[in-house]
Write a protein that binds this ligand. Structure first.
Ligand SMILES: NC(=O)c1ccc[n+]([C@@H]2O[C@H](COP(=O)([O-])OP(=O)(O)OC[C@H]3O[C@@H](n4cnc5c(N)ncnc54)[C@H](O)[C@@H]3O)[C@@H](O)[C@H]2O)c1
Length: 282
């Protein structure tokens, strides 16, 4: 595993002292160690950056090694090329956290692939790939974290599910199935691991502008249709979703486990029968 190690000593981070329920939000991850998968772009990249900004040392893992180059200029983020479907690679990420930084407090298991195709015709290899990355990759990530988090006396794991795991989408059955699986996985794993002080939650983003959805810009009708179905008539940014992860894996969320939190702009609140009112332009 190629790894770029940088020290924390040169960090010039500003730690703002802003009160939030007695907690110092901007430094709530100070001294903590986190792993984020799928961190080369989109939601994972925004989450890795947020956790580092709030004080954590972050291991940014992704199968796309060259796209991890953004971490080169970050003092507190270590790039770790890794395929989450590989058991040994997940274990190596946690070993890196333990051996180089003294332990592991948080994991955001976010790597995922989109997949579309009719249920009658999508090649089974593509279904298998979807389940491998989106479900097996998360299971392996959770299992790898357990010994290190137990040794630490606890930890927090958050999984990127989707609003597509809560209902179906035409031609997205494989993705729908994979994201539904990890929502229930978060509940079940939370029950197994609560006794160890390990919390497990899922986040369900709705339409979010990232590498995965960039291609929709070439299909303006689909892009617009998704926007119109949100309550706020707006796609989310990756940073908005990252903010939810920042809370869930922080000590502030100590009572939150075994649940799925929607960060979907309200698209999941809609039965889909009617479009919400359009935002006024005046
Ligand atoms: N963008 C959305 O609208 C949206 C909505 C709901 C859920 N999600 C979920 O958010 C997560 C992040 O996706 P994103 O939208 O930021 O897209 P993205 O394509 O920008 O990021 C996904 C990252 O996962 C990495 N990845 C893929 N397979 C991997 C593997 N086997 N091992 C390690 N890394 C791997 C990719 O290289 C990529 O960097 C995914 O799980 C996705 O399903 C996205």
């Amino acid at each position: 595993m190629a790894v770029k190690l940088t020290g924390r000593s040169g960090s010039t981070k500003l730690i703002a002292r802003r009160g939030y329920g007695g907690c110092d939000v901007m430094s709530r991850h100070e001294g903590r160690v986190a792993v984020v998968t799928g961190a080369a772009s989109g939601i994972g990249r925004a989450t890795a950056a947020l956790l580092a900004r709030e004080g954590a040392t972050v291991i940014a893992a992704d199968v796309n090694e060259s796209a991890l180059a953004w971490t080169d200029s970050e003092d507190d983020i270590v790039a770790a090329p890794c395929d989450v479907t590989d058991e040994g690679a997940n274990e190596a990420l946690v070993s890196l956290a333990v051996e180089s930084f003294g332990g592991l407090d948080a994991a955001v298991l976010n790597a995922g692939v989109g997949m579309s195709g009719h249920i009658a015709t999508l090649p089974m290899e593509q279904y298998d790939r979807t389940m491998d990355v989106n479900v097996r990759g998360v299971v392996l990530g959770i299992r790898a974290c357990i010994p290190a988090m137990r040794a630490r006396g606890g930890g927090a794991i958050a999984i990127t599910a989707s609003t597509s795991g809560q209902r179906g989408d035409p031609n997205m059955w494989a993705y729908n199935a994979s994201k539904a699986a990890v929502i229930n996985l978060a509940r079940a794993a939370a029950l197994d691991l609560g006794v160890d002080g390990i919390r497990v939650n899922a986040v369900c983003p709705g339409p979010t502008i990232t590498g995965m959805t960039e291609r929709l810009k070439g299909a303006p009708a689909a892009f617009e249709a998704l926007r119109r179905r949100t309550a706020r008539q707006q796609w989310a940014t990756a940073a908005e979703v990252a903010a939810v992860f920042g809370f869930l894996v922080s000590p502030e969320a100590s009572a939150v486990t075994g649940t799925a939190v929607n960060a979907d702009g309200g698209i999941g609140a809609n039965t889909g029968q009617f479009l919400p009112p359009e935002r006024s332009t005046t």
